[in-house]
Design a protein around this ligand. Structure first.
Ligand code: G6P
Length: 612
């Protein structure tokens, strides 16, 4: 994880890096640090806590410099503390380096360095790599670039590093493998960052650095090389992103802004693809590979976290509409359990960031075994997007709040269109049902807007239950993954323990938890399971549980048996998840707010998990 920013050019570097780090805090925020060079002197300032705490700590200090590298951390090796914060200094005090990733074989290298007399101020793998570079440089009398190249060949793990040398204040050296790095090209200046959000304000021309590449970055020069020291041609891309999209736009929190953006983001995702009047779906990634997708004997979906929940919804959709067996896999399990993959097997990878390490590595190994990879990704140009053979972007725009909201509904929208399109091509859906579902899908943005018009009821439910210590979330069919997602959202941003369960399965365990203090959220919209869910609600009521229901507008039964109710408009059950998740996102948000939690940056979490 961690966010990385660097600047070299004519402007004051520190304010640019600081602002960039604030934009990258979603990647981690347990400590912050910067390094600058002032008249040949390397200076490092770092502090445990969020970026604002470092900003405060350096007030009044001379931060004047035209070169700066900065880091916002999500701890892997070593607890969050001042001394474990990046950048780290080499033993000779000349080099400063910061790092996003994990060096897996650091212990062996550290042992070697300790025997040579090196000392370490931190518990990090980063400081080990840095001193390893210094050691190679000293022994071989090589340039820093050469020493870095030799060191990286010995390293096992993932990294994006930025390195500066006080004897060369005109250069930032960067390298990546597995952790992202974008370089923005300005006029006589360069920007380096983990994603484009710190760069967009200054330039739209960027280069995405590839794995095993080293970048030698000066104010007016950018050289890319591979680890074999061969020059690579930088591929300059134009960013299709506006600054406004990554700012709060009047909302108190990014999470709230992102929840309220959903009518637009879902609309943007469908726009130009779901040709509602013509009852057609145009998705180049699917069109070009329709045979591979529809002839698949099975489809595997690989993802983590909220994206995994979107995968579960897709399983229900694809199996029902396309009659193709689907398996949904946690990427972290899939990558290590030697899964059976045959050439031509289809894997759908779902990821907001496109950088989740477990998902990325799982896909790399599946690709090697001949699988066809289809990426459903939000971050344009991200590693998973580039690794996929084909794909469809979710077009939700930058998602900054750590808890995923609009990216999730974007994923559902893409997967819905895919399932419909594949079903139509395969002939596994009647024309009548196809047309009906196309119309229903097109109605989603308006219906989401309706849910968001009045949130007062949800706010009052949040107020009522903010003191609960546990929640149970139950749903069946298409709403089962939404019960899981509702519980995950609550855990993430309120720190209340919550469990999601299939409503019928609760009899086999969770029912033992039910008493008058336990809020039980039923996702109980009108679908083929409705009557059965009503029976499950009775079972909870009989044990005095507090029932909070997500119900379809016009339902007159559930209000008589629920303590609280949140309504969503009527829709075909296939697309119910796109609506029923919205009140659950809001419920978590308001409980988090009432508990005084920083919902955009909840403890211990990070938005983009680039470590395994
Ligand atoms: C982290 C985030 C979640 C996200 C998950 C998968 O845990 O906090 O919101 O669902 O990673 O991330 P991805 O970017 O691959 O969707």
């Amino acid at each position: 994880m961690c966010g990385i920013v660097g600047y070299i050019g004519q402007k004051e570097a520190y304010p640019i890096v600081l602002k960039g780090l604030k934009r990258l805090e979603y990647r981690g925020y347990d400590s912050t640090g910067v390094a600058i060079i002032q008249e040949g002197n390397l200076q490092v300032h770092k502090k445990k806590g969020k970026v604002a705490e470092l900003e405060e700590a350096v007030v009044g200090k001379n931060m004047h410099s035209h070169i700066c590298i900065g880091h916002t951390r999500w701890a892997t090796h070593g607890e969050p503390s001042d001394r474990n914060a990046h950048p780290h200094l080499s033993n000779n005090g000349r080099l400063a380096m910061l790092h996003n990733g994990i060096i897996e074989n650091y212990a062996q290298i550290k042992k070697e360095l300790l025997s040579k007399g090196y000392t370490f101020k931190s518990d990090t793998d980063t400081e080990v790599l840095l001193n390893f570079i210094q050691d190679i440089q000293d022994n071989n009398k090589s340039t820093l670039e050469e020493a870095l190249r030799i060191a990286l060949k010995r390293i096992v793990g993932a990294y994006c590093i930025l390195l500066i040398d006080q004897d060369d204040p005109e250069t930032i050296i960067a390298a990546r493998k597995g952790s992202p790095l974008v370089i923005g090209i300005g006029k006589g200046e360069h920007f380096l960052a983990s994603d484009a959000s710190p760069i967009i304000e200054y330039t739209k021309e960027v280069v995405y650095v590839n794995d095993y590449e080293i970048a030698i970055v000066k104010a007016d020069e950018l050289i890319l090389k591979n680890l074999g020291n061969e020059k690579q041609t930088p591929f300059i891309q134009k960013l299709d992103m506006e600054l406004a999209a990554i700012e709060k736009g009047g909302y108190d929190h990014f999470m709230l802004k992102e929840i309220f953006e959903q009518p637009d983001t879902i609309f943007d995702c469908l726009r130009g693809r779901l040709l509602h009047d013509q009852h057609q779906i145009v998705m180049a990634g699917v069109d070009n590979h329709i045979d591979a997708l529809t002839n698949a004997s099975r489809i595997m979906i690989v993802a983590c976290g909220t994206s995994w929940h979107a995968g579960l919804v897709a399983e229900y959709m694809i199996e029902e509409l396309c009659r193709i067996p689907v398996e949904v896999e946690y990427a972290s399990e899939f990558r290590y359990r030697n899964p059976v993959i045959h050439p031509g097997d289809v894997i759908i990878a779902i990821s907001q960031s496109g950088e989740t390490a477990d998902t990325l590595v799982a896909l790399e190994s599946a690709k090697e075994k001949g699988a066809f990879i289809f990426g459903v990704v939000n971050a344009v140009g991200s590693s998973i997007a580039r690794l996929s053979h084909a794909g469809a972007y979710t077009h939700a725009g930058p998602e900054i709040g750590v808890a995923s909201t609009k990216a999730f509904t974007g994923q559902l929208a893409v997967l819905s269109m895919m399932a419909l399109k594949m079903a139509k091509a395969k002939g596994s859906i009647s024309d009548e049902r196809y047309v009906h579902l196309v119309n229903e899908l097109a109605s989603v943005p308006e219906k989401v807007k309706e849910i968001l018009t009045d949130t007062s009821k949800i706010e009052s439910i949040a107020q009522q239950y903010k003191g609960a210590s546990d929640f149970l979330y139950l749903g069946r069919g298409y709403n089962f993954p939404i019960a899981l997602e509702g519980a995950l959202k609550l855990k993430e941003i309120t720190y209340i323990h919550a469990e999601g369960y299939p409503a019928a399965e609760m009899k086999h365990g969770p029912i033992a938890l039910v008493d008058e203090n336990l809020p039980v959220v039923f996702v109980a919209t009108k679908d083929m399971y409705y009557e059965k869910v009503v029976s499950n609600i009775q079972e909870i009521k009989a044990r005095k549980g507090q029932v909070i229901a997500v119900a379809t507008v016009g339902d007159t039964v559930l209000p008589t048996m629920s303590d609280n109710i949140m309504f969503v408009p009527e829709i075909d059950e296939v697309f119910a998840p796109l609506l029923s998740v919205i009140p659950l996102q809001l419920l978590s948000y308001y409980v988090g707010i009432y508990k005084g939690i920083d919902v955009d940056k909840p403890r211990n979490l990070a938005k983009s998990v680039t470590v395994e």
